[in-house]
Ligand binder design. Sequence first.
Ligand code: ADP
Ligand code: MG
Length: 234
Amino acid sequence: MPAPLIDITDAWKIYRVGDVEIPAVRGVSLSIRAGEFLAITGASGSGKSTFLHLIGCLGRLTRGSYAFEGRATTALSGQQLAGLRNQRIGFVFQNFNLMARTTVLDNVALPLAYQGVPRRERRRRAEELLTELDLQDRLKHHPNQLSGGQQQRVAIARALITRPAVILADEPTGNLDSRTGTEIMSLFTKLHREENITIIVVTHEAEVKACAERHVVFRDGEIISDEERTATAA
Ligand code: ADP
Ligand code: MG
């Protein structure tokens, strides 16, 4: 058996604000295999985003252990973590988080710049990927010239351009109308089925949840349920 893609044991994240300690994630253990499509749900404030940040190495565990592809992340320097994020992890956010003054093409090409890929090559790869996502007519546009669904597809292209092992998406359909949200989830489902990309999506929408094959529920910083299921939608 290969090591799990993600192996988290007794993870805690305690924020400190002044004298107040906020335990946002409280002793969570979770193991995720390559190729899984997992949905995380739970009430607002239950620690979902904090946990996704930990998985994405955007924040460090206060306590506990986290191995990514068999490597203990707690032993890595900030620079090594940044490299891991850039090469192995793609992020998709509710607010798209695209750079406003940058074209669609350059938004998608940028992660390759951190890998030292020459400009012509990164633009070629970005154009190819944007064409697959049916955005070939929008390469020179700026994000504010696109619809919400198009912006999210650009964000997905940016997440995919480095061919990551996992896509982490935090309420990716939260700012979209339901039809556009369904299109975005169909795209995730397709990536999962055809490219075997691991997808972890935080959501509170039943429709989004229905695309996933495993459901994890958070309450007050803890996992209260973890179930395998058959995907029914998209
Ligand atoms: P969810 O995504 O499930 O809504 P969050 O992970 O955003 O939950 O938040 C979990 C808890 O941690 C909440 O009580 C929230 O107020 C707190 N929290 C989140 N981010 C921070 C932060 N940067 N500093 C302090 N407290 C935070
Ligand atoms: Mg959140």
